[in-house]
Every structure is written in C-alpha cells, then in structure tokens.
Design a protein around this ligand. Structure first.
Ligand code: ACM
Ligand code: ZN
Length: 611
C-alpha cells in the first residue's frame, strides 16, 4: 500500500511538473517584452519611497544610475539619491547596481535582479547588463502602473535572470528617401533601448538624398541633400557633424552602437548630382524624386572616385566609434560600367572577367582601406557577387541564402531577409493599411522568424550574429508613420533576438502585447492594429461535401462576432467559436473583433460568391 502511495505521489509530482512547464502563466511574466530568460516568483516586493537610494558598485555605472533615476522621476515624485558604494555602508532601502564579482552565465549583456523587502540587488558582469536590467525595471514600473491607480512604484516579488540570445539586435532607418530630424532619431533610439536593441543601422546616403555633412565636399549636402518634388517644392535636409556626434553620444548612453551606411557603388545619385565627375559619363544629373534603382553609379575605373570615397570615409570614421562601417553594395546596375572606357580599361588591367568581378574589386579595395583604419566592412548580400572580401560582414536581405553562403565561407552574417524583417511591408490586409511599398509581413511571421538556418554546421551557425528590422521610407513621410510601421513588429523581433528559443511562445507574446498596446496608447504612440484584422479561409471537406470558413486574427482569444447575410454584426450576432459551415443561402460573411461590447478595428467582409 505504501509503495502504491509513493508511486501515486511520484506520478502527481511528475504531472504537476509537466503541467507547470507546458502551461504558460502570464501573471508570472509581468508582460515584459522581450521575455526574460527566467522569472521566478519570490516572497517580498519592494516599494520605492522618498528615501530610496540608488547605489552603484563597479565601473561605468553612473550613466545607468542616472537613467534609472530619470525613469523613476518620470513616473513618480520620487528622485532617488545616487551614491557610490564606497560612500555608504547602509544598504537599507536601496537599489544596488553592481558589477563586482564575475558570474559566468550572465555574459556581458545578461543580468540578475533579486528583490527583497528592503532592497533590490542588480548584478551583471558589465555595465551593458546593468543597463538592460534598468530597462527591465522601467518596463516593470510602467506595467505595474497600468494596473494600479496611484503613482506608487513597486518592484514585484521576483527573482529574475536574463541574457540575450543574439549579440546583434538591430533596427535600421532610411533617412534618404525621407528625412527625420535629430529629435525623432532620439525617440527611435529610446524605443530601441526599451526593447533591448543594441545596434542602430543609419542609412545616411541614398539616390534621393545625401544626409551627412562632409566638410571636404560641401556640395554633397548643398546639392545632394535637396531634391525638387513633382509639385515643384524643395524637399531635403541633412545632419551636421555636430548633430551626428550628438546622436552617437545619445545612442552610446543607451548602449546602442550606430553603424553608418555610406552607399556604394550604387544608390549614389545624390552624390553624383553634387560631383558628376565621379560617374562614368561625368554628365550633370539631378537628385531624383522618384523611387527605384538608377543606372548612374560611381565610376570604378577612375582613381579619383576612390580618393573621394576614402576622404568621405575618413570623416565618417572620425564620427562613428563603432567597429562597423556599412558600405551598401546592393542594387548596383552594371550598364554604365559596361560602356565606360575607364571601367573597361581597369577590368583589362586587373584581368577581371565581368562587371560583377569589378564590383567585387571595388568592395575589396574599400575593405582594404577600412581595415587599414581599424574598421570592419559590412555590406548587403550583393557583396558576395564576384567574390566576397575577407572579413566582411554580410547583411542578408534577399532571403537567407546570401547569409548561408557567407557563413559557409567563414564570414559573419546579420540576417535581414525581406520575408521576415522588412518593416516597410504591409502588416495586414492592404485594403485597410496606409500605402506601403508592397509585400506582406504580419506580426506572427516576424515572431516566427528563426535567424539561424538549420542547414549550417555548428561553427557556421555561430557566425550568425543576429538580425535586424529594416525601415525603408519611400512611403513613410512622418515620424508617426514610422512608429506605425515598427509598432508592434519591432516587439516581435526583439523577442526573436533577445528571448530564448526554449521560452518564446506566441500565445504568451500575444497576451503580453495587450499591455504594450495600453502603454502605446498612454504614451501617444501610433501603432498598427493589424492584429485585429480578420482573416478568412474557406476549406472544402470532400467527405461531407461541405464548405467551411475559418475566421482568425492575430489577437489573443478574440471575441469575433459575425453575420452570414452581409448585415453589420454586433454583439448580438453569432459569436465565432470554430470553423463555420456555409451553405448556398449564405452570401457575405461580415466579421469584427469586439472588446467590452465595442467593435475595435472595423469590419472585414468575405464574399462567398466570389470564392
Ligand atoms: C535593400 O533592400 N536594397 C538592401
Ligand atoms: Zn566608369
């Protein structure tokens, strides 16, 4: 009997263990995005008051201490005093930020938070990890305040440890097609930091605008930063070097590295409008006001072109302390090179078989220059064509294949395939979305992104540094439109990049996202409600000789009400539970998601007669 009891007990424990593991529990996750590696409930929460102090112990922690102080003061009346641990023995009522005492499993960006009644201890090996812990606290404060009616600040009773899956967590922004001012770039960086991104890829030069002041070549911005729009108006702008420094410093404070992109040999019409002598034809060109890929590119057969580019890069290198300089390399048509005597002469001299090899020559020459200056070259996957430069890092955008090929050659890779990372694509049914460049990239597809291809060997997999969301701005004219295109998709990407494969879970993300929608509303951010968009799918069951329609959305357990006769549904209409059988009398399905009795984001229609 005793044995059976023991066996039963063992089964009970096993059952509890298995069910705890499988059942996600939103309440223990506190709606944090990206999901921390491990959050455990603990006994005591910590409530901040006017006497709470921030104590730091370790190098380079003043800035995270000040950022934490600022966040706390933004959300409450409290403004904690900041002290170094050498200045006090009293560790009562403190938030302690410490990098003293190495802990192997935390890495450089990982951190630990331990909450007690009279103190909160935050540990990391590095100031990076302390910074991310502060971001987590900031989210916890804001999420707690969503559900509380007062301005108290509570750190819940948790024991948390966390670390990112990938070291490269990027967001890109094209400021060439449309220009965005310093204030907005700072806002973009703030958003990135909040979701634990660490790399800002700043696409600074384009056909339609050159956006960075270069002192040796003033016409780049006098001429290249401005275009005449179809209606005759002038459009443009650029960042002075002082503004660039301001942004780079602002980003550094948020533990974000800025990678500048200076496009070559293509996407260079604005530069050639300013200095036509560096094109193959040397003919006058304007700064175009339309989108596309242009045939006029830098002349590769002219040594003066390389002098010019190296001069530009010298000034760029002086402004950006990060290791990478992105040189573009994408979408460079070879038509001009084919007809240019200088380019052809160089090909002959260097025994280059074709214009792809000339492009490879071009990039390798720049790679050599950057390497000599202690920098690393990054480029779009076209830099593989005609032979990849040694040590270059490839940004794979035309799918994953370029990244796979680069990793097989031993080069590092950042994944940004159009299929999962192009935030200029539509995020829901385009009939309901503002005009975009095309494509279709709903939230769940971003969430399901796996940056590391299965068919690489282990050591090749380790060359995949991470991924990045790309924001091309042909159809984004205003800051709030950019917010709309990146929110909420950048949250899904942040969880792909920071979260662990083991823990990430779409349903849990959907639940946590609801609180972030509330935060967006409170902060006045514009964001897509594409998750509320209804998708219809008709299926034919050949056994039953019946048509079925599935209705779905990306919202978590949505209340979908629908009608079958084209009438406007409300909460007294049918509530959708599972696939509906449709018959000959049914004509048009109209459906919408309702919350608290109210339609949330318009009705969607499915015409059975047309299917
Ligand atoms: C790209 O989207 N042309 C890199
Ligand atoms: Zn040429």
């Amino acid at each position: 009997m005793k044995r059976i009891n023991q066996l039963l007990l063992a089964f009970l424990f096993l059952f509890l263990f298995v069910s705890c593991k499988n059942e996600f529990n939103p309440s223990t996750e506190y709606s944090l995005i990206p999901l921390p590696y491990s959050v455990r409930e603990d006994a005591m929460s910590f409530e901040l008051n006017n006497d709470t102090r921030i104590i730091f112990s370790g190098d380079d922690l003043e800035n995270s201490s000040e950022i934490l102080q600022k966040y706390i003061h933004n959300l409450s009346e409290i403004k904690p005093v900041i002290l170094s641990q050498s200045e006090t023995k009293d560790l009562n009522n403190v938030i302690l930020l410490s990098t003293v005492g190495f802990e192997d499993r935390l890495g450089k960006e990982g951190y630990r938070i331990i909450v007690d009644k009279d103190k909160v201890i935050i540990k990391s090996n590095d100031s990076d990890g302390i910074f991310y812990a502060v971001q987590t606290l900031y989210q916890l404060f804001e999420l707690e305040q969503l559900n509380a009616n007062q301005n108290t600040l509570i750190i819940p009773a948790i024991r948390l440890w966390d670390e990112p899956r990938f070291s490269y967590r990027g967001m890109h922004l094209d400021v060439g097609r449309h220009f965005f001012d310093v204030e907005f770039i700072k806002h973009y960086l703030d958003l990135m930091a909040y979701y634990k991104f660490n790399t800002f890829h700043w696409h600074l030069t384009e056909d339609q605008g050159w956006r960075i002041e270069i002192k040796k070549y003033p016409k780049l911005t006098e001429v290249g930063a401005w275009r005449t729009e179809a209606d005759g108006s002038r459009y443009g702008g650029f960042y002075t070097q002082e503004e660039i420094k301001e942004i780079v410093a602002y980003a550094k404070n948020l533990h974000i590295t800025v990678i500048p992109e200076i496009e070559m040999p293509g996407h260079s019409r604005a530069a050639l409008a300013a200095y036509p002598e560096f094109s193959c034809t040397e003919k006058a060109l304007d700064v175009p006001n339309n989108w596309g890929v242009f045939e006029d590119i830098y002349c590769a057969g002219n040594d003066k072109t390389f002098e010019f580019i190296e001069d530009v890069l010298d000034e760029v290198i002086a402004l950006f302390p990060g290791q990478y300089i992105h040189i573009g390399g994408d979408e460079a048509p070879k038509a001009r090179w084919k007809e240019c005597a200088k380019c052809q002469a160089l090909m002959h001299k260097e025994a280059l078989e074709n214009e792809h090899e000339l492009q490879s020559y071009f990039i390798k020459r720049i790679n050599k220059y950057l390497t000599s200056k202690g920098k690393k070259l990054m480029g779009w996957d076209e830099i593989l064509e005609g032979g990849l430069a040694e040590n270059a890092t490839v940004m794979s955008w035309r799918g994953m294949e370029g990244g796979i090929a680069a990793a097989r050659q031993g080069n590092q890779v950042v994944m940004t395939p159009t299929s999962h990372c192009y935030f200029d694509y539509y995020q829901a049914d385009r009939a309901f979305e503002p005009k975009a460049i095309g494509g279709y990239l709903p939230l769940k597809r971003v969430y399901d992104f796996e940056p590391v291809p299965e068919d690489l060997f282990t050591e090749q997999k380790s060359l995949i540094l991470g991924a990045q969301g790309n924001v091309w701005t042909e159809y984004m004219h205003t800051p709030d439109h950019i917010e709309y295109m990146i929110l909420p998709r950048m949250l899904a990407l942040s969880e792909v990049l920071w979260g662990s494969k083991k823990n990430n879970n779409w349903e849990s993300f959907q639940v946590r996202l609801q609180d972030h929608f509330k935060l967006f509303d409170n902060k006045g951010f514009r964001y897509s409600k594409g998750t509320y968009r209804i998708n219809f799918e008709m299926k034919f069951d050949s056994v039953k000789n019946q048509n079925f329609v599935n209705i779905s959305s990306e919202q978590y357990q949505p209340k979908i009400f629908y009608s079958l006769n084209g009438s406007k549904p409300d909460t007294s209409s049918y509530l959708y539970k599972s696939a509906i059988t449709v018959s000959a009398e049914d004509s048009i399905i109209r459906a919408g998601i309702f919350e608290n009795g109210k339609l949330i984001h318009g009705l969607s229609t499915f015409d059975l007669g047309n299917e």
